[in-house]
Design a protein around this ligand. Structure first.
Ligand code: SF4
Length: 687
């Protein structure tokens, strides 16, 4: 028994799936995962969802990468690290010398640790000399960050997840919370059931939270900004605003008020299809609630007006005084485990770590001094612009880690033809992804259970993960690989442990000044901003907003109709999103057997009305065609969707929904408008 015990190991880790950031102990024996046991995580207490509990088999998947691969013609052959690194260094140097540093692009991963995001941008900026570095929050949550930066300064949740319980009203817009952020949704369900909390849901799809809501409504696609602004105007017009808060804490009131002129209830009714009566009721509920938390996700952000709708949410919260107190504020729900951290730690084309601007001379000088190099002054390309730049022949080489671009970026055909044009492409991942097929060199990385580091969850909570098992084969943690690449290029980095990377970040980044590994030991956590003395801020705004005079800003907006229009040829609207059991395109969850058995493939949700109009029943195959591509998929008839709305989970590799989505993007951030897709549907003959 003592022997058995000795080989059984308990390791504290943080879930590798969604942004809720559940912490738990994982019991292993060698490479076998025995059980997952939540101790008392800051966000999750003793809960996890099905993914956190069971979806770990991927660490032992047959197709885990265990050595570097180098392309030879149409095939890949195994290579030594030495050979792979030499090839990368010589190619990166060649392109840099021939075309300048901006001929190279770097894409970090929202699945990797904070320290790894920091090193990726340091490699791009300090070793290569380009600001073209980004991460996949560009595909999801950057518009939320933009909306909040415009109004309250920081793009982060206003309070803790546990604070949501204290709100008088929770308003959920464009978020399938119970499937995408399950443990957080449980808190809302409990507060609604046991604490008298009111729940309002606005979503195209009648999912579980919509069915539980006191008020549910389904505005026409891409019109949330209109009803949010109309509700705000109604609150102001009827003397229901918290003017003492506005007067004390907010700039720009007069100009903003003028900008609301077009947003009458009648206008909102005609644009959104929601009755003025319903919207008036919503306005009264919001105005009278003792604390309002607004939760939103990709149903808001993945539109051409994603940043504007996020801004409208924040404007409404300001007008109703719903900042600076627990149980109130903005809760953009981050998708991946480390969407928050990947941006926080500087993998963005316009920011160093802690949202310090690359164009700010004093910031740049600080980093130049610390890193001992001259740094680029121009803003870099984001990952959407990188795809265009490849097509234009300006970007020659890309280093991508932990991201399956070909299935997760919009307009897969356009992305695929760009990747084919790349002259030298390095893909670093834990498995041989669809995107790896386009690579020249593939580097084997280690998943979270095989490394140390920190993740930052949606509530700005920084948490440590510890190594539960050794890296498989010759794979290495991403931070070590990035360091090897940097050193092959002539840098002399000497990080021996991620704690040293964090110490460097803390010394250069006011937002993380007091973050140390000691302060994050075990289950201890910190929510940024963290002052030098180690005090953190569960409530983001306490004494001021991060603008020169300490006041927030109201941001005037105009409504711009959606880019993709329905017409007689493309007559159906296609929405897409997550499933409880899977994550993103399923690269990890499809490699977890139990999960694959429950939900083996994707499907297309069709409303009963449309099914009867087209003579469809569940299980029938249809062809969907958009202006950008086509796929085949099996139908599931359900009343979760209405009328001409279709919904397809994004979790499939064989026929990804992104063959249909377009290259249209959010106007302010270039986040793809994944949720604005017009399609036609053709019923296929019975197979
Ligand atoms: Fe992981 Fe999110 Fe589930 Fe928590 S709610 S266990 S973080 S997937």
């Amino acid at each position: 028994a003592a022997m058995r015990e000795a080989r059984t190991k308990k390791t504290k880790t943080v879930c590798t799936y969604c942004g809720v950031g559940c912490s738990f102990d994982i019991w292993t024996k060698d490479r076998h995962i025995l059980k997952v046991e939540p101790a008392d995580g800051a966000a999750n207490g003793i809960s996890t969802c099905v993914k956190g509990k069971f979806a770990w088999d991927f660490v032992n998947a047959d197709d885990r990468l265990t050595s570097p691969l180098i392309r030879e013609g149409d095939k890949f052959r195994k290579a030594s690290w030495d050979e792979a690194l030499k090839l990368i260094a010589s190619k990166f140097t060649e392109y840099k010398n021939q075309f300048g540093p901006d001929a190279l692009g770097f894409i970090a991963s929202s699945k990797c640790t904070n320290e790894e995001s920091y090193l990726m941008q340091k490699l791009a900026r300090a070793v290569i000399g380009t600001n073209s570095v980004d991460n996949c929050s560009r595909y999801c949550q950057t518009p939320a960050t933009m909306g909040l930066s415009r109004t309250v300064g920081y793009g982060g949740d206003s309070g803790s997840i546990t604070d949501i319980y204290k709100a008088g009203l929770v308003l959920i817009v464009g978020s399938n919370t119970s499937e995408s952020h399950p443990v957080l949704a449980t808190r809302v369900k409990q507060a609604h059931k046991l604490n008298g909390q009111r729940l309002i849901v606005a979503d195209l799809r009648e999912h579980e939270m919509a069915r539980r809501a006191d008020i549910y409504f389904s505005p026409k696609p891409s019109t949330d900004m209109v009803w949010l602004s109309a509700v705000t105007r109604y609150i102001l017009d009827n003397g229901l605003a918290k003017m003492d808060f506005v007067d004390r804490w907010v700039n720009g009131f007069e100009e903003y008020r003028k900008s609301l002129e077009p947003f009458t209830m009648e206008h909102a009714e005609s644009v959104t299809g929601i009755s003025a009566e319903t919207l008036r009721t919503v306005a009264h509920e919001v105005a009278k609630a003792d604390g309002v938390c607004i939760l939103w996700a990709m149903g808001v952000t993945q539109h051409c007006g994603g940043s504007d709708t996020s801004t409208a949410i924040s404007n409404l919260l300001l007008i109703t005084g719903n900042y600076m107190r627990p149980g109130a504020g903005a809760y953009p729900l981050r998708g991946h485990n480390n969407v928050q951290g990947a941006s926080d730690f500087g993998s963005m084309p316009n920011y160093y770590s802690g949202y310090q601007k690359v164009e700010d001379d004093s910031v740049r000088e600080k980093f130049e001094k610390a890193w001992g190099v001259k740094l680029p002054t121009n803003k870099g390309l984001d990952n959407h612009q990188m795809v265009d730049a490849i097509h234009e022949g300006k970007l020659k080489s890309v280093y991508l880690k932990g991201e399956d671009m070909i299935t997760s970026d919009s307009n897969a055909n356009y992305v695929g033809s760009a990747l084919e044009k790349l002259e030298f492409f390095v893909v670093q991942d834990i498995v041989f992804s669809e995107t790896a097929r386009y690579a020249n060199v593939v580097l084997p990385a280690s998943p979270s259970l095989e490394k140390e580091g920190t993740f930052t969850s949606t509530e700005r909570r920084i948490q440590r993960l510890y190594r539960a098992m050794e890296p498989l084969g010759e794979s290495h943690p991403d931070w070590q690989i990035i360091q090897m690449v940097a050193n092959a290029l002539g840098a002399e980095w000497k990080y021996e442990h991620p704690s040293q990377i964090m110490a460097e970040v803390a010394s250069l980044t006011p937002l993380f000044a007091g973050v140390t590994y000691e302060r994050l030991e075990g289950y201890k956590t910190l929510q940024w901003p963290v002052a030098a003395d180690g005090s953190d801020q569960p409530l983001l705004f306490t004494k001021s907003f991060p603008f020169p005079d300490g006041k927030a800003k109201l941001y005037p907006l105009e409504y711009v109709p959606p880019s993709e229009k329905l017409d007689s040829e493309y007559d159906l609207h296609l929405n897409n999103g997550r499933l409880l059991e899977h994550f993103e395109q399923g690269s990890m969850t499809y490699r977890s057997e139990g999960i694959r058995e429950i939900t083996p493939n994707s499907f297309l949700e069709v409303s009963p009305e449309l099914a009867s109009e087209r003579g469809l029943e569940s299980g029938r195959w249809v062809q969907l065609k958009s202006r950008d591509g086509q796929i085949k998929v099996q139908v599931l008839v359900t009343d979760r969707v209405h009328g001409k709305q279709l919904y397809m989970p994004m979790n499939t590799v064989e026929e990804p929904v992104n063959r249909l989505t377009s290259s249209n993007t959010d106007r302010a951030t270039h986040t793809p408008a994944f949720k604005e897709t017009a399609v036609q549907m053709r019923v296929l003959p019975d197979l």
